[in-house]
Design a protein around this ligand. Structure first.
Ligand SMILES: C[S@@+](CC[C@H](N)C(=O)[O-])C[C@H]1O[C@@H](n2cnc3c(N)ncnc32)[C@H](O)[C@@H]1O
Length: 233
């Protein structure tokens, strides 16, 4: 077991929405099943990466494991990690229920996961990196780079704010109000927590962090405040 210095970031201490709470985990899973189309999220990632049945894939911040379950049907093995024990146990139960045998789950995160196996062909993370402040994002990205094979693919999708906004007050008010109308009070309140307490960064910072970690950014696709980066080692 690694000993971390006193100044090392404690990624197990939750910031923003508390995913160590089982009710919060259940509510998250239900809400995501209603709001998201995981099949089409998988298809668009697959269209970019072309995951092969020989690939070893790591998903960081797997949450309730929906995407990891999809990946597992298309690759050799998935390792899915999350700092929330409750999320990991929930995802594990789902995988067992679906009789998936090629997924391993670990309670670890961007800054603490150690890979003692072969390097990964593909690493994916969705809506999780914003839990780390910018300096620690860079450390996380350097660690990801280190765990990939030469030529390996890294796909990052997360909340990233555009830098060309002149009036951020109106910008954020509109996001929260639109979400309140389309998805209800709970998601609007979680979005307020996200903007206030979590660490989503600006587009130019994220691109700089990826490049600093050594990645070549092959494509960027922005959909409002969600950006997807396909990167290559
Ligand atoms: C908004 S959820 C996204 C879950 C899933 N990726 C999805 O798309 O539904 C964020 C997840 O990131 C996890 N997380 C937070 N900090 C993390 C870290 N440092 N390392 C790994 N996972 C982390 C949380 O526990 C939570 O499960």
């Amino acid at each position: 077991m690694n000993q971390y210095p006193q100044w090392y970031y404690d990624e197990f201490k939750q910031v923003g929405v508390d995913y160590t709470d089982l009710e919060e985990v259940r509510a998250y899973d239900l809400c995501m099943q209603k709001l998201r189309d995981i099949e089409s999220e998988f298809n668009s990632i697959q269209g970019l990466i072309n995951i092969k049945d020989t690939d070893l894939l790591l998903e960081i911040g797997t949450g309730t494991g929906e995407l990891a379950l999809k990946f597992s049907a298309h690759c050799r093995k998935v390792v899915a990690i999350d700092v929330s024990k409750k999320m990991i146990n929930f995802a594990k139960m789902k995988a067992e229920g679906q009789k998936k045998t090629n997924i391993e789950f670990y309670n670890a995160g961007f800054l603490t996961y150690e890979n003692y196996d072969e390097p990964y062909d593909v690493i994916v993370t969705q809506l999780a990196l914003h839990h780390l402040p910018d300096y620690w994002k860079m450390i996380a990205l350097r660690r990801i780079y280190g765990m990939l094979k030469e030529g390996g693919k890294f796909y990052l999708r997360d909340v990233v704010f555009p830098s060309l906004i002149l009036d951020y007050d109106s910008y954020f008010n509109k996001i929260v109000n639109d979400l309140r109308k389309s998805a209800g009070d709970k998601l609007a309140e979680e979005t307020e927590i996200h903007i206030r307490e979590e660490f989503s960064t600006l587009d130019w910072i994220m691109e700089g962090l990826l490049k600093n970690a050594g990645f070549c950014i092959e494509s960027v696709k922005c959909d409002g405040f969600i950006a997807g980066y396909l990167c290559k080692k």
